[in-house]
Design a protein around this ligand. Structure first.
Ligand SMILES: Cc1cc2nc3c(=O)[nH]c(=O)nc-3n(C[C@H](O)[C@H](O)[C@H](O)COP(=O)(O)OP(=O)(O)OC[C@H]3O[C@@H](n4cnc5c(N)ncnc54)[C@H](O)[C@@H]3O)c2cc1C
Length: 434
């Protein structure tokens, strides 16, 4: 007989971790299921590796949360259809509510000819690779000398930074559907690549598109001024004209060479149209070719449809009318169309809005999601038939394992004289902690 509520939280990224902590504050027992051995999600495996200060700060906050005795951690466990446990299994075990904070693990497809050509990658996979998340850490992402990146946000900046800084490339072509006035990256991130931007090429490109952008009231040189002002004094001597922007440019077709490897992208020229206060791109039907060896899509992620929640347009579907909205946002999912309960399922973080915001935003959203769970459970008696799920696999990790792993990796870093050290595979991690 149990008198406390049990909540299953799926995903131990920032949203799930901070959300779990909030749930324990009102006395709930939380089981935190996580696909990866280590907690942290994109804070561990997304944020650029060199940002050690923010990463270490977050790691230590996550360790403190995991130490909470009301949180049980089951790492290396995947929730979803045909996986370790289905969402329906969690309700069968007697969890009173499920909060899904599994991030956005799917990719967006544009449906263009040749999109599956070898050498085309999605930013998340590349980011997981360089941040050493198994199995991406062990995959061979071959990079040629000429690379295109599609996107205009902070993730594009990270990819361009990695290509120039770590891969030594001199030819990174950033394709942007809209114009220089609609870029989404911020100054702080831009500062990491500003000294690698080809300023002459940028100047020419801004002049090329200025007939369109000035009509919209945009200052033609605004982006050039911003880039110049973002070059940090310590990087002034390291300038390298490696990154070039192509605005008002959308891919329309990808072609491989004889070896099947990407060699050419057909791109369409766009114009901009203002509609209902938004600036949208519109294809002009004129095309040109770009010769490249690789393309990286940095256009945002999609939710994982195999998790078992109803999904549409890359997002999970929320109920038509939320019972407990927070700041006008809906965290509630009706699972009845997919064989799950109609109430008791909640989403937060990047699972609620894919690719939206930084860690601070995911934290806030996880806390909000937890708040909605709390409101819902005020009216629900704890399920007296609750029992902890048993997963019959030896490689499921608990919080003691995680703490051993963190300690072991710190020791390895000290031994090797590195700022940080990460085991590359799950097998290495497991043998280091057991
Ligand atoms: C390339 C990149 C760089 C970034 N850089 C920064 C930065 O510098 N600063 C900053 O503040 N923010 C940065 N962010 C944003 C930040 O990482 C996100 O805001 C935040 O991590 C989102 O948190 P989340 O908990 O919603 O999802 P995630 O962090 O994605 O966490 C999801 C968790 O769910 C788990 N999971 C997934 N599927 C399942 C499943 N089926 N079963 C069980 N568990 C599952 C995963 O293992 C993971 O632990 C960056 C993001 C990216 C993509």
């Amino acid at each position: 007989m149990t008198e406390q509520h049990h909540v299953a939280v799926v995903g131990a990224g920032p949203a799930g971790l901070f959300g779990s902590r909030r749930l324990t504050e009102v006395g709930f027992a939380v089981t935190l299921f996580n696909r990866d051995i280590k907690p942290g999600g994109l804070a561990e495996y997304g944020i650029y590796p060199d940002k050690t200060k923010i990463k270490n700060g977050l790691r230590s906050q996550f360790q403190t949360i995991l130490a909470n005795e009301k949180i049980d951690y089951l790492g290396n466990v995947r929730i979803g259809e045909n996986r370790d446990l289905r969402l329906s299994d969690l309700f069968q075990q007697g969890y009173d509510a499920v909060l899904v904070t599994a991030g956005a693990q799917g990719v967006k497809k544009l449906g263009l000819p040749g999109e599956e050509t070898k050498g085309i990658y999605h930013a998340k996979d590349v980011v997981y690779h360089y941040n050493q998340l198994p199995p991406y850490s062990m995959m061979d992402y071959q990079i040629g000398r000429h690379v295109a990146v599609i996107g205009a946000g902070n993730v594009m900046v990270d990819i361009a930074r990695w290509l120039v800084d770590k891969q030594g490339l001199d030819d990174v072509n950033v394709l942007v559907r809209r114009g220089p006035g609609e870029v989404k990256f911020d100054r702080m991130e831009l500062a990491f690549i500003a000294h690698y931007i080809d300023l002459d090429a940028l100047d020419k490109e801004l002049k090329r598109v200025s007939t369109i952008t000035t009509v919209l009231g945009q200052a033609p040189t605004a982006l050039l001024d911003m880039v110049k002002s973002c070059i940090k004094p310590e990087n002034a001597g390291k300038t390298r004209p490696a990154i070039r922007f192509y605005f008002l440019t959308s891919p329309s077709e990808f072609s491989g060479g004889e070896d099947g490897w990407l060699c050419r992208i057909k791109v369409e020229n766009n114009t901009l149209v203002e509609s209902q206060g938004k600036i949208k791109s519109h294809g002009l039907g004129t095309f040109s070719m770009l010769e490249v060896d690789n393309l990286v899509f940095a256009i945002g992620d999609a939710v994982d449809e195999e998790l078992g929640l109803p999904a549409r347009n890359y997002e999970y579907m929320v109920t038509e009318t939320p019972r407990y909205p927070i700041e006008g946002l809906n965290y509630e999912v009706d699972g009845s169309d997919v064989g799950l309960p109609s109430t008791g399922i909640f989403i937060a973080g990047w699972s609620r809005q894919s690719s939206y915001g930084l860690v601070g935003q995911a934290r806030k959203d996880g806390l909000n999601g937890a708040e909605v769970v709390i409101k819902h459970l005020e009216h629900v008696r704890p399920n007296s038939a609750f029992s902890t799920p048993i997963i019959r696999r030896a490689d499921v990790v608990n919080k003691q394992d995680v703490s051993n792993l963190v300690k072991r990796e710190c020791e390895m870093a000290a031994q090797l004289g590195l700022e940080s050290f990460k085991y590359k595979s799950n097998e290495e991690m497991l043998s280091a902690i057991r």
